[in-house]
Write a protein that binds this ligand. Structure first.
Ligand code: GUN
Ligand code: FE
Length: 466
């Protein structure tokens, strides 16, 4: 539609706008405008503000008017996705974590030693995630340096903002999918150099110890050193599953908690994001808060692998930065819209559990003590999928909302196409509504029932990528 829009264009977008300002605050601008120059947001306000610009100023801008059923919102941020696990999505989700890894995940990832296979998969993964509105993806690749570079190339050429991690693992892994410590560090350093050679503001390498079980303490320490030498972010998994926690504490004796194992290695930095955190103890949340380490909340995965219900409110109240992750293929949905819904579901289920008290008779009564517990609402879930994700990835100076100076990473949503094409707001529900209230109905409709068909265009750093 606007294929001429690249990141050198000057564009003024007019229409309804929604974005998050914090976990509890959002901003809606009806008949708004956003001006973009060289990919960056240079102004945001009401259309009337733009009208008052001088002709001399306006004449350089391409003007794009959205329809009344459309709106602009920030692009989604997937803070945790395993790109090589897309081929085995949906398989073996009746198994717990450790069995599932051995039966499905490790065999699939092993195949990425084949660069032709890797290219074919990664091309589709980047395209598919972009189509679903994921403007920023934080990827796990595999242990293979060459195919990890192919994933970085794909994100680069298709214009996605991406953090790409070459996975490190040197113990408790299958014979066909394991590295020697020295090779792993050397390959990682070469991978980092390769990504840097792309000279792209959008693509960043990320240090990726798979999780403590598959990494010796020496390896984790060397990886932490690499992160500090190159000032890089770090990602891994923590406290997903009770057996995993027990095994971790068995093989790293002398540590009081799982988080302490990573802390000993020096991995808990202010640019570190840990997936899951389902079973963190209070002391571990405090340690994360002290280190400014953040969380990738992956609700689908936690349900599929029967890991548990992650209390995202508890993590946020503990002062942690939290984003959402699809965790493909523990998660079975590639769209962050689905993660938003899963996060809402899990938060509601926890709310019921906390409020309910099962009596000996099997009957359920209200547990007064916890009756104050409130689940997250849909706008808070949107925050987690956008600005929260940007904060969790320490990228909120660049993306996450429409603050002036940030990149224009945005979606044009149309509430009246695709899944909801025969949807017309019932007259009785809308005739007394203000324009703002009507807009909120469209937003709700998209969040609860929309899919990629409603995502008309996707922009990353001002460039139209879908
Ligand atoms: N823990 C270690 N590796 C993985 C993985 O690939 N997926 C999930 N969900 N958890 C993990
Ligand atoms: Fe994962």
């Amino acid at each position: 539609q606007y294929s001429a829009i690249d990141n050198m264009s000057r564009v003024a977008y007019f229409g309804n706008i929604f974005h998050s300002l914090s976990f509890t605050e959002s901003q809606t601008i009806l008949n708004g405008f956003i001006a973009v120059e060289s990919g960056k947001i240079i102004a945001i306000g009401s259309k009337a503000d733009y009208t008052s610009w001088s002709y001399e100023h306006k004449k350089y801008f391409v003007e794009v008017q959205l329809s009344e059923n459309q709106f602009l919102m920030p692009g989604f941020i997937d803070t945790h996705i395993h790109a090589p696990q897309v081929p085995n999505i949906g398989l073996g989700l009746d198994k717990p974590l450790m069995e599932w890894l051995n039966a499905y995940t490790f065999p699939t990832e092993t195949e990425f030693k084949d660069k032709v296979f890797a290219k074919a998969v990664y091309e589709k993964v980047v395209h598919r995630t972009l189509s679903c509105g994921t403007t920023t993806a934080c990827y796990f690749a595999t242990i293979h340096k060459a195919s990890s570079a192919i994933l970085a190339d794909e994100a680069y050429s298709q214009g996605q903002r991406a953090l790409v991690g070459k996975v490190a693992m040197n113990q408790y892994s299958p014979d066909h999918y394991i590295e020697k410590l020295e090779d792993s560090i050397k390959d990682n350093e070469e991978f980092i150099q390769y990504v840097k050679s792309l000279e792209s503001d959008l693509i960043t390498p990320i240090i990726t110890p798979r999780f403590a079980i598959t990494c010796s303490m020496e390896m984790m320490k060397k990886l932490a050193k690499l992160a500090s030498t190159y000032d890089l972010p770090i990602q891994s998994h923590i406290s997903e599953n009770l057996d995993e926690i027990k095994f971790t504490l068995d093989i790293f004796p002398g540590h009081k908690s799982y988080a302490e194992v990573y802390d000993t290695a020096g991995l808990l930095t202010n640019k570190c994001i840990m997936a899951h955190c389902v079973h963190l103890e209070d002391s571990e949340i405090e340690l994360f808060a002290k280190r400014k380490t953040s969380v990738a909340h992956c609700p689908h995965s936690n349900t599929n692998l029967r890991s548990g219900l992650c209390d995202v409110k508890r993590l946020i109240n503990g002062g942690l930065k939290v984003g959402l992750g699809t965790d493909i293929s523990g998660g079975n949905r590639i769209s962050i819209l689905d993660s938003i819904r899963a996060a809402l579901d899990v938060s509601h289920h926890l709310n019921f559990m906390k409020k309910q008290h099962v009596l000996g008779t099997g009957q359920v009564s209200v547990n007064e003590e916890n009756s104050q517990y409130e689940p997250i609402d849909y706008k808070q879930a949107i925050f987690l999928a956008t600005l929260g994700g940007a904060q969790a990835l320490a990228m909120d100076d660049k993306t996450g909302n429409f603050q002036i100076g940030k990149s224009f990473d945005a979606l044009i949503i149309d509430s009246y196409v695709g899944a909801v094409d025969d949807f017309v707001l019932p007259k009785s529900l809308t005739e007394h509504l203000t324009a703002l209230e009507k807009f909120e109905k469209l937003l709700q409709k998209f969040i609860y029932t929309g899919d990629d068909r409603n995502i008309i265009n996707v922009f990353v750093d001002g460039r139209q990528v879908i």
